[in-house]
Design a protein around this ligand. Structure first.
Ligand SMILES: [Zn+2]
Length: 301
């Protein structure tokens, strides 16, 4: 099941007061495929939404409607009977020829605003799986209607943006916190918690990735340093012999040459004088510098 379908299933099961039931049904019809004096219809891939839409038509008009299934497997519910349409429009205070705008008088109480947004989302909303991306949108067929929905969000903290895509007017949210708020507002609290959970998992993954990268970089540095030591010592041994090194470096070079697998700390313990691992590091740096100088000189000869 897609995340949108999960959200819509949760929204469809929301309990409504009778004032809110009217607001939700109104939005569901108003934000559907068509809402005019000639046709009121919805096209949806979601069977739960189709059921809720059919109930809304029945509640507002008393008429029974049946969905048809399109070739693509979508559900289409169409009301074309002008008498039925007339009853629906009257129930939500629309004149027959009225523009497709929100009649805010239908939203009787404060509780109805959330129910109205829930209905609009059931009709034209989608939300991306939060594990992939943060995106929630309402795809509204008419610009003025999209503006009205925008006005409703003025009342709440989350601020949507508007854009156009393929002739539709899109009102969308990109911020994870806003998406959580909108889902909670509409009544999809479980899905809202799903977004929070996905965010927590993402942040843990990022921390782990940072750690792994850091450790890889450390390991790479250690391997590089070991390679430089080995090359320098092999060069000195072959071209000049360890006796060419100052006394305090000679034994260390020989020990490293014979014990490639030992750490600097282990080598330090094998030296006759007491010296720390960091002291050993300094001596290796000198050995590498000397090897580099010899390499330069040898090239010129
Ligand atoms: Zn209400």
């Amino acid at each position: 099941m897609s995340f949108t379908a999960e959200v819509k299933a949760e929204l469809a099961s929301a309990e409504n007061e009778s004032c809110c039931a009217l607001a939700q049904s109104y939005a569901l019809l108003l934000f559907g495929r068509a809402f005019s004096g000639r046709e009121i219809s919805l096209l949806t891939e979601n069977p739960t939404v189709a059921d809720v839409y059919i109930k809304a038509v029945e509640t507002l008009s008393g008429a029974t409607v049946k969905p048809t299934v399109t070739g693509a497997g979508n559900y289409k519910i169409t009301v074309e009977d002008t008498a039925v349409i007339g009853r629906i429009l009257a129930a939500v205070g629309h004149e027959t020829a009225a523009k497709r705008r929100v009649n805010f008088a239908v939203l009787q109480n404060e509780c109805c605003f959330a129910a109205f947004i829930r209905g609009a989302f059931l009709a034209c909303g989608t939300v991306t799986d939060p594990e992939k991306e943060y995106h929630l949108e309402f795809s509204v067929p008419v610009k003025g209607l999209c503006g009205d929905l925008m006005k409703l969000f003025d009342e709440f903290e989350p601020t949507p943006k508007m854009t156009e895509r393929a002739g539709a007017h899109i009102l969308y949210f990109k911020n994870s916190t806003d998406i959580e708020d909108v889902l909670t507002l509409m009544g999809a609290t479980e899905c809202s918690m799903g977004v929070m959970g996905a965010k927590a998992i993402k942040s843990i993954k990022n921390t782990v990735n940072r750690k792994v990268n850091f450790e890889n970089a450390n390991l790479r540095r250690t391997v590089d340093a070991a390679n430089r030591q080995r090359d320098a010592i092999a060069y000195i041994q072959k071209k000049h012999g360890f006796d060419a090194l100052p006394e305090e470096l000679r034994e260390l070079a020989r020990l490293r040459f014979e014990n490639e697998e030992l750490s600097n700390a282990q080598l330090a313990k094998m030296l006759p004088e007491s010296i720390t691992a960091s002291g050993v590091n300094h001596r290796f740096a000198r050995i590498i510098r000397m090897a580099d100088q010899w390499k330069e000189k040898d090239k010129k000869q």
